[in-house]
Structure formats: structure tokens, C-alpha cells
Write a protein that binds this ligand. Structure first.
Ligand code: ATP
Ligand code: MG
Length: 263
């Protein structure tokens, strides 16, 4: 991994979904430079194109126009196929953990390493270390059905980190969790990020989550999805429950509410 690994450049990106019945212009003219190790949050109302943008960044959805570069290399070729090397530097987490029910926690985490042909002992050691890093050491041999929703999302995050990606992409990873678990998960994710400073792009429609986690918040407006505003979040890290009681946090939340038309 090079010193600048984890750079993402989005240039003039547009995406129109065309079905037999309709064309939906989901994104128009998105330009964004994401620096290595930066924590970016994509914030916007339902349907404004957050998932579309994240999938385009992740090699899952070729744009209609424009380019995505990962570490300076085009992510898609002329036929819209994602580059394998670039894909290898990206890790994905979705709202549902999508764990394999018959595999233990550590064997779920180790799945990407199995695909890469890493020997079993090494896979196990890496998976156990990841599980321990999110407080799941005692659950490594458990099956997913024995875990809470928050624990399953921890496993999903570990699995996304297993192959050591330089970029972690998360789409509403905590959207299905209760508020208290969600706050805990935000602290855990900040921890994971502060330890290794991979680039993170996280999609949410929670204003508080965005204000708590981000270095920069990219506010998207809908129909078609465009960048409405980019907000730098200045307060120091590590952020904690105290951060959420400070005036700067509340000012930011108020301003984001106005941006999203909730003021
Ligand atoms: N596969 C698809 N085919 C056609 N239209 C789509 C498809 N996926 C998304 N869209 C449309 O593109 C627009 C953006 O959708 P997208 O899922 O990116 O929004 P989102 O911001 O992630 O919303 P949510 O917060 O509800 O997840 C919406 O109008 C949606 O209906
Ligand atoms: Mg979405």
C-alpha cells in the first residue's frame, strides 16, 4: 500500500437509471476529492442518490458520465467494468450484515481472506485480532444467530477490513439499530478509524451521526442528486458523549437541519 493509498477522485459524475418505463436522473455533475485517511459522510434525504454515489465509488455501478479514480487509477474501464486491483482496495458494509448463518464469527470475518487463498492459520489469527479490536473476542466461535444486531454489524465491519482495504465504504450501517446501540457503534467506528486512518465514506440520513463522525459532510440535494454543500467539521478527536453536549455540535446540527429543509 503506497503512502497516498486511499485517495478517491470523483470527476463530473452523473448517473441516470434507465428502465423500460422511466429514466431517473439520480446524480448530476458530482465533483469531489477525498484525501487518504479522510472521514467523509454523505448526508441527504431519502432518494437523493447517496447509495447510488457510494455504489459508483465502490465499483458496483458504472457512472453514466464522468470518472472515479482510486489512488489515481480509473476504477472503471471503457466498458464499465471495475478494475480488480482497485476493487481490492475497497471494503463494503451495508445496512444488513449479511453474515453466513452456518459460519462462526471468525470464519465470517475471514471469508475475504479465504477467497484470496490466505492459509488457514493466518486467516484465523487475522480474524481473531479483528474480532478482539471491536470487543468480540469472546464471541469468535459463536454463530451469527447468537449475536445482537449491533454485534452483527461489528462482524460485518471486521469482514470488510479483513483484506486490509485502504477505503471503507458504509451504507447506513447502523440504520437498523436502536439509538443507544447506534451511539456505541459510532464510538466503535471512530476507534477503528483512528487506529489505522483508512479513508471512510459513510452514508447516513442521521444528522447527528454525520455531525459526530465526519471530517467533512457532503450534503446532497435531490432530483437530481447534487452536492448542495460541503461542511468541514472542526471539533477535535476523539469525540465522545461530551462532544454531543457542546454548543458547536448543536450549532452544526441546526445548520444541517436547515440545509436539509428540516429547520
Ligand atoms: N436500480 C434502480 N433503478 C431505477 N432507479 C433507481 C435505482 N436505484 C435507485 N434509483 C433511483 O435513483 C434515485 C436515488 O436513489 P438512491 O437509492 O441512490 O437514494 P438514497 O439517497 O440512497 O435513498 P435512501 O436514503 O432511501 O437509501 C431515486 O430516485 C431512486 O428511485
Ligand atoms: Mg440508500
Amino acid at each position: 500500500m503506497g503512502a497516498r493509498a486511499g485517495t478517491i477522485s470523483i470527476r463530473g459524475l452523473s448517473k441516470t437509471y434507465a428502465t423500460r418505463r422511466a429514466r431517473t436522473e439520480a446524480l448530476r455533475g458530482i465533483d469531489l476529492e477525498i484525501a487518504p485517511g479522510e472521514f467523509i459522510v454523505l448526508l441527504g434525504r431519502s432518494g437523493c442518490g447517496k447509495s447510488t454515489l457510494l455504489r459508483a465509488l465502490g465499483g458496483l455501478l458504472p457512472p453514466s458520465e464522468g470518472d472515479v479514480l482510486v489512488d489515481g487509477r480509473p476504477l472503471y474501464d471503457a466498458r464499465g467494468r471495475a478494475d480488480d486491483g482497485a476493487l481490492g482496495s475497497l471494503g463494503f458494509v451495508f445496512q444488513e450484515a449479511n453474515l453466513l448463518a452456518w459460519r462462526s464469527v471468525w470464519r465470517n470475518i475471514a471469508l475475504p481472506l479465504e477467497v484470496l487463498g490466505v492459509p488457514r492459520e493466518e486467516r484465523r489469527a487475522r480474524a481473531m485480532a479483528l474480532a478482539a479490536s471491536v470487543g468480540l473476542e469472546a464471541f469468535a466461535e459463536h454463530l451469527p444467530r447468537a449475536l445482537s444486531g449491533g454485534m452483527r454489524q461489528r462482524v460485518a465491519i471486521c469482514r470488510a477490513l479483513a483484506a486490509d482495504p485502504s477505503v471503507l465504504l458504509l451504507d447506513e450501517p447502523f440504520g437498523a439499530l436502536d439509538a443507544m446501540t447506534r451511539d456505541e457503534m459510532n464510538l466503535m467506528l471512530q476507534d477503528v478509524w483512528m487506529r489505522e486512518r483508512r479513508t471512510i465514506v459513510l452514508v447516513t440520513h442521521s444528522i447527528a451521526e454525520a455531525a459526530f463522525l465526519a471530517d467533512r459532510i457532503v450534503v446532497l440535494s435531490p432530483h437530481p442528486g447534487r452536492i448542495q454543500r460541503i461542511v468541514e467539521v472542526g471539533y477535535p478527536r476523539p469525540r465522545s458523549a461530551t462532544t454531543m453536549r457542546e454548543p458547536a455540535f448543536h450549532d452544526l446540527v441546526d445548520r444541517l437541519r436547515l440545509d436539509l429543509g428540516e429547520g
